[in-house]
Ligand binder design. Sequence first.
Ligand code: BGC
Ligand code: NOJ
Length: 823
Amino acid sequence: MRYGHFDDEHGEYVITRPDTPLPWINYLGTDAYFGIVSNTAGGYSWYQDARLRRITRYRYNNVPADAGGRYIYLRDNGSGEYWSPSWQPTRCDLDEYECRHGLSYTKIASARLGIRAQTLYFVPLGETLEVWRLRVRNERSRPADLSVFSSAEFCLWDAQDDGTNFQRNYSTGEVEVADGVIYHKTEYRERRNHFAYFACSEPLAGFDTQRDAFLGPYRGWDRPLAVERGESAQSIAHGWAPHGSHHVRLPLGPGQTREVIFLLGYWENPQDRKFDPPGSGIINKALAGPVIDRWLRSATVADGFARLQESWAAIRSVMQVSTPDNDTNRMVNIWNPYQCMVTFNMSRSVSMFESGISRGVGFRDSCQDLLGFVHMAPGLARTRILDLAATQLASGGAYHQYQPLTKRGNDTIGSGFNDDPLWLITGVAAYLKETGDTTILDELVPYADSGTSPVQLYEHLERSFRYTMDRLGPHGLPLIGRADWNDCLNLNCFSSTPGESFQTTANVTGGQAESVFIAGLFVLAAKELAGIADLRGRTDDGCRYRAEADKMAAAVTEHGWDGRWFRRAYDYYGQAVGSAENPEGQIFIEPQGMCVMSGIGLTNGMAAKALASVGERLATSHGIMLLQPAYTRYYLELGEISSYPPGYKENGSIFCHVNPWVMIAETMIGDGDAAFGYYMRINPSAREEISDVHRCEPYVYAQMIAGKDAPSHGEAKNSWLTGTAAWNFVAITQWILGIRPELDGLRIDPVLPSAWPGFTASRRFRGATYEITVRDPAHVSGRGARLLVDGRQIQGTLLPLAGAGETVQVEVILGPEHSGPGH
Ligand code: BGC
Ligand code: NOJ
């Protein structure tokens, strides 16, 4: 069952009934001002940091779901009837309803009682404001006497404090109303130089700034008193809950359409120009005023929206593909890159499953997000890399995350995850492969904890590498620390206190628990680092890195192999985890994907065996589970992983992030059918038909889908902010379609499903455009491509670098020699 459909031409998902199984959301903003918006106009906004600069208030876990947002009410003054054109919050029946989520904008349209309304929500490029452009059309044969009410509830900036510190906050709220603009200025009187504003393009019939005057006592958003009465109260908030609502009278003749523009914005004044007159406590509007005036104009809005769309078209044009499979095309061309951009911007901080309060920018998360993002905005990727490196510690370890506003590292969700530093190497490698810009390696970056002078980024990478080398366990495998990629495999934790956080509680010291997964990641990262060293002419370094990679691969082969698959770890007591010896948790997905990706076992049959075991034991029709059998009880020595009921999250769900590692591994052993088969199982577009089972948005990946041990097998959770976005983009574009940036250039090495006759793609890379046609006349599903560049056959699969601005025709023929052109 579906709740809408894709409109690929416009790059939109069109939701055609408002009561989706969960709020299906979108993100507004591309730069500093951001928001989330649901298909019924729910959600909230913030500036840079969803915790520290929250602009509007939102209550998670609310009933009914998703209450509070960017609301507009329409009132028929003739009958006194009122409704929400976005369905929520009044939930009155609509004759028509349609929500179009596009790239960084959302349009919600509906019709009721002969009145058609459409609201466009977006954040113009480079501005710190959001536009709500409402168009109302009277489709009746007689005049309509309408009123429009807007509604936005302000947050008192720090969302954590806002939701808890009521004894103070009920007394601090302050607003101003001037020339029809509502200003929210709580704490502006003291240390804040910023305020929010809510403006309207039309003359006002009234306004409210105190929430409870607008709603009325004991009422919710579904029946505000002001709307019911058709009159605002002109309330001024002193403390309690500052709110913004405009009332506009909108008489419409038959067939007439009118536009009303609302702006919700954020502004920062210079310290010495806060007040007008100086010292008065009144906001100086001289700087924000012209911006507000400009964006209240219809032409500015139309132009701003066009520029946003052009910018996305330009970003998307870096890579476009046309394959025989539509679910692949729309994910690769539209939604997957978009989700990569969103995860890059938000890290794991703010979605319907992340409250915007507790998680800043994750170190390992962002390093992986780079893999799917760097081709779209290499400049931003460069800045992010340097920010992340600056949260690395002199030991080579790293703060687990940082707060975007301050860029200071913090351990609020734990520390000592021993895989963290290695991801910096993979992130930097991805940047270098895409851009060829080796100057980044010379950038001087400080360590977060040392007073000593900054060192070159290259030195940071060396320290990342050494961090693992300095922490090897009894089998020569890396010590796991608190956990590795799998935050919930807490082998040194031994927590028996109810409610204690597995992620932050003190660990037992002196633990020797080792991770086979980190070993695989180390081999991968060491090889990347060797390539980087070669680029810099540091061939001695390169040899050393390769030698250590080989040694680690040997340790995995000796101690990490269980007979039919790679083991996961050794626990505190030196017992194998992820082994046939274990009653539960016998096989884990992570080491199978990571070890094969790093090249371990490719020549001795271990890789193929491990992947066959994944197929037999972990694969389901909804995707590949993280482990089997799921843990049915709590194991003190394993930690959070066994705290989850079987089939959920790290305890045996289909943890989508790691599925693409297996896809990539399958391409490395040449099995395009297996790789693409796995890709399709979790491709959200391919799951659209089962939206009532999947329940999350069909246009973005979710972190997890319940595994076969869960009663709700197939149900997705934690949509949007997940490493799944970047890794699936890498798996499909770089390994299945095989268009792969490498340090020396662009490689074309597809491993396709055998049913495909081929595909075409256009890829911009280091300034040149490659028009690629791949043909697979023999339907081989394996490796082996012959390349013709501008008609001439080349040796191997690495394209010669073309000059900036050039367009190069690339013809790729897969399969045995005789099936090439002319045969
Ligand atoms: C979740 C993980 C998450 C970790 C850190 C755990 O409860 O299961 O997926 O990475 O918390 O926030
Ligand atoms: C979500 C976290 O954001 C990510 O860093 C981690 O690797 C996975 N959970 C697995 O635990």
